[in-house]
Each structure stands twice: as C-alpha cells, then as structure tokens.
Design a protein around this ligand. Structure first.
Ligand SMILES: Nc1ncnc2c1ncn2[C@@H]1O[C@H](COP(=O)(O)OP(=O)(O)O)[C@@H](O)[C@H]1O
Ligand SMILES: [Mg+2]
Length: 330
C-alpha cells in the first residue's frame, strides 16, 4: 500500500468560549493517499469544516488543536506560523462553498491568480500571464484572455467556483481541501464542477479531501470516506464497502435519505431528530437518542472506532445487527 500523503492522528479541536470548552472535533484520524479523493460526510454541525480547517490551522483565535497532522514527514500542528503559511495556499490549497467569501471582490481574477503564482512559483511576469490563461482553460472558463480582466461579480455562480479552483491550482497543490464546493450550485453546474475535480485528480495526480453533507456527491466522486457525527468519525471505508454494507446506524440512515433519481434532493428523511449541540453531546454513543438499534450499553459506553480491515472501521456496539439489517439502497 502506498504511503499516505497526509496522515491525521487523533486530531481534536476545541473552542474556548465564555460558556466553557466546546470540543468540535474529537480524536479524528484518517489518511489521504496520493491521487485519492477522500470524502468527509455528515449532517450540518458534525465537525466537517472545523476538521478541514484544523488541518492547516485556519481557525479563529481561541481555538486549540491537539493531535498530529503529518504532511510529508512534518507535523502541521506543531509547525511555526511562518512555515504553515507557506504550506497553506501552497502545497495544500482550499476551496469553499461560497466563492464570494474567498474571492476578493475589488480585484480582477487575473490579479488574484497572479498573486498566488508570485507567492508559490518561480515564474516571471510573462510566464505568470501565460499560466493564468492556462489555468482558466484547465478549469473550463472559455475566453480566458477577456475573462481574466473581469471581477468576481461578473461571473456566474458556477464560473466563480471555477475561478476559485483556478486560484487554488495556481500554487500546484498536492492536496486540495474542498469544503462543500458544490452545495450552493444547481444540480447541472454541480455535476460539471464534480467532473472537473475528477479530471484534475486524474490529470494532475492531486489528492482531494472533499467535505459534503450529500452522500450522492460522495458516491459520484470519492474513493474512500469517513462519516462524522458530533465531532467524531463513526464509520470509515471505501465508498463501495460503506454503500454496500453500512455498519453504523447513522450511515445507514444517511444512505436511506439519498433521493432516488427524479426526486428532489433532500436530507435525512429517515433519521428522526436532530444532531446534538456541542454543549450537550449525549453520554455513551452520541447517536443513541436517534438510533433504532440502541440498547443499554449504547447509553452507557461510548463505542471505540474498531478497525475491521485496512480500510474499514466502525464505532457502533451493534454493527453486526446494522450490517445484517442491510443497506436500504439494496
Ligand atoms: N468559532 C467557533 N466557536 C464555537 N463553536 C464553533 C465555532 N466554529 C464552529 N463551531 C461549532 O463546531 C461544530 C462543528 O461545526 P462545523 O465543523 O462547521 O460543522 P459542519 O461543517 O459539519 O457543518 C458546530 O457545533 C459549530 O457550532
Ligand atoms: Mg461546514
């Protein structure tokens, strides 16, 4: 098996608030291999964005991170601020759900790409100009020469997302962190952006960590996946294995809420209740109040994330029963 590009080990992220310490990410571990698209999925508030932002320490003041994030032999958690700034936006780039928050509204796209090329490549000014056009071509923005001089507000939602990807690619990243990059887009444009990410992985050999609440998107793009609930990973595996045989009731419920083709995309038709807030995470298994498989042990003892194979792990006391109940998709 190839060595991982990124290895996250027992990552925990806490917010120190006036109301006390809130643990948003709790001992999360996963690896990302070269050229792989790794999906991080869960309902809103499960800790996906905080996990992703913790990798490059892009967190608000007052947040603390424990654990190890190994990147090419170096631990990003313990790295100096100067050193991590070079990694962030360089070898590791990030794209977001809402491009307008990441794009600078008062600068033409050309300037925003050029800034990144200046910071992270050795290209001279004519090399940067050529590369900027090439990047717009790569992300499928036609008429690059003209569009480079336009401002973000002159782009449609889908084109803005492409522009943000072009800016992210300017540094030749080895890893792209994508936080719900297609959630705000309509389904047709969403599919185009997902296909673009797949092409970029194939052509550039880039790895991607893909955060989404949409299991349909995971199925269409990811190789392996981890399901998060209340700040923890509750199940992980190859996308094929998890879809074929979910072993955590939460995953099984999420799978049951994928709309059939032709119906409206919506979430969680089959899981009762809502996820807990960070200040009131239930004892035992955090999912037990919503779980049809729950018994006494689930209320008392938190299940460990048990490895079941090189790529498979689950944190559920009743994983055998969940597996036997079968995938609701089958
Ligand atoms: N700056 C912050 N201070 C306190 N709590 C926060 C902060 N940022 C996020 N959280 C909390 O952390 C939890 C996880 O948030 P997030 O990672 O954004 O969820 P997701 O991306 O899965 O929807 C949520 O309960 C959220 O309210
Ligand atoms: Mg989020």
């Amino acid at each position: 098996m190839t060595a991982p590009l990124l290895s996250v080990q027992k990552l925990s992220t806490r917010f120190h608030t006036p109301r006390g310490v809130l643990t948003a990410v709790n001992e999360v571990s996963f690896d990302v291999r070269p050229g792989e698209i790794f999906g991080l999925v869960g309902e809103s508030g499960s800790g996906k964005s905080v996990t992703l932002r913790s990798l490059t320490r892009l967190l608000p003041y007052g947040a603390t991170i424990d654990g190890v994030v190994l990147w090419q032999g170096q631990d990003l958690v313990g790295m100096s601020d100067t050193a991590i700034r070079k990694v962030r936006g360089g070898q590791i780039s990030m794209i977001f759900q809402e491009p307008m928050t990441a794009l600078n509204p008062v600068l033409p796209i050309r300037v925003q790409i050029t800034e990144n090329l200046k910071a992270h490549t050795d290209l001279d000014s004519s090399g940067r100009a050529a590369r900027a056009r090439e990047l717009l071509d790569i992300v499928g923005i036609p008429d690059a020469a003209r569009r480079l001089d336009e401002y973000p507000h002159q782009f449609s939602g889908g084109m803005r997302q492409r522009a943000m990807i072009a800016i992210a690619l300017a540094s030749n990243p080895k890893l792209l962190l994508a936080d719900e990059p297609t959630t705000a887009l309509d389904v047709t444009i969403q599919d185009q952006i997902l296909n673009l990410l797949l092409d970029l992985r194939d052509d550039l050999g880039m790895s991607v960590v893909f955060v989404t609440h949409d299991l349909g998107v995971v199925a269409a793009t990811c190789d392996r996946m981890a399901v998060m609930y209340a700040g923890r990973i509750v199940e992980t595996g190859t996308v094929t294995d998890v879809f074929r045989g979910p072993m955590h009731a939460y995953t099984r419920g999420l799978l049951g809420s994928i709309p059939r083709s032709g119906t409206e995309r919506s979430m969680l038709l089959s899981i009762e209740g809502t996820p807990p807030g960070l200040a009131s995470i239930p004892n035992g298994c955090a999912f037990h109040p919503r779980c049809v498989f729950a018994s006494d042990i689930c209320r008392e003892k938190r299940p460990d994330l048990r490895p079941l194979g090189p790529d498979r792990a689950v944190a559920c006391h009743h994983s055998d029963a969940v597996l036997a109940a079968g995938s609701v998709l089958a």
